[in-house]
Design a binder for this molecule. Structure first.
Ligand code: IYR
Length: 223
């Protein structure tokens, strides 16, 4: 803090008791535990205001030097979704028929994935997340950004949590390579496609793979 960059008061509830903290953390853990990746979507439309709130949440994530090195393309236009499906399935056919090693295919077997991606047209919204590798100033010069991968990962975590909290389902989808997304969406060279979040409502009676999360003692240790 200095005269040029004055600080402002933090909004923070200093009065919350340990019990309140425990209750809130448990309630959030219980909510997040019910999130499952979904690949079958209904065509029910998401209200625009919900999408806006979710994107505002994603944009509130922390980032290196607060450069906010992300861009979210929220695609609801059926023609653009079809173009994305067409190009993504080209990559997926290559992946499943030749590029993917057997170990990878074996690891994917429990998820029941394949090269057909109908959800890219059926789901009401595809949120394409771009990582801004660097900025561009008003005079057209390159502006250095920091920890862009880490920052975008955080924003994506906020986004997925916000979607689940709002009552939406999603799929974190990464066709590879993803350069076709710049072309279809007209995004500039400093933006690298990072992930596609396919979102909407699950089809009725959707089943999901019977997979489990690791218990706390396998993923963490108190020192
Ligand atoms: N992109 C492919 C393959 C795939 C890879 C991983 I790692 C997954 O967790 C799931 C799928 C596809 O989406 O089918």
């Amino acid at each position: 803090m200095n005269d040029k960059y004055p600080f402002i008061p933090l909004q923070f509830d200093y009065t919350a008791s340990d019990e309140q903290l425990i209750d809130k953390s448990k309630a959030f853990a219980d909510l997040m535990k019910t999130r499952r990746t979904v690949r079958n979507f209904s065509s029910r439309v998401i209200p625009a205001e919900v999408l806006e709130n979710i994107l505002i949440t994603a944009g509130s994530a922390p980032s290196g030097a607060n450069m906010q090195p992300w861009f979210f393309a929220a695609v609801t236009d059926p023609e653009i979704k079809s173009a994305i499906r067409r190009e993504a399935e080209k990559q997926e056919r290559e992946f499943y028929n030749s590029k993917a090693p057997d170990e990878w295919l074996n690891d994917l077997a429990p998820l029941g994935t394949g090269d057909s991606k109908p959800f890219l047209e059926k789901a009401p919204c595809l949120i394409v997340i771009f990582e801004k590798k660097y900025g561009i100033t008003e005079s057209g010069e390159k502006k250095k950004f920091y920890y862009t991968k880490e920052s975008v990962g955080l924003a994506a975590g906020f986004l997925v949590s916000a979607l689940h909290n709002a009552g939406l389902a999603c799929l974190t989808y990464t066709p590879s390579p993803m350069g076709f997304l710049n072309k279809i969406l007209g995004r500039p060279d400093n933006e690298k496609p990072w992930m596609v979040i396919v979102t909407g409502f699950p089809e009725e009676n959707t089943n999901v793979p019977d997979i489990k999360k690791k218990p706390l003692n396998e993923i963490a240790k108190f020192y």
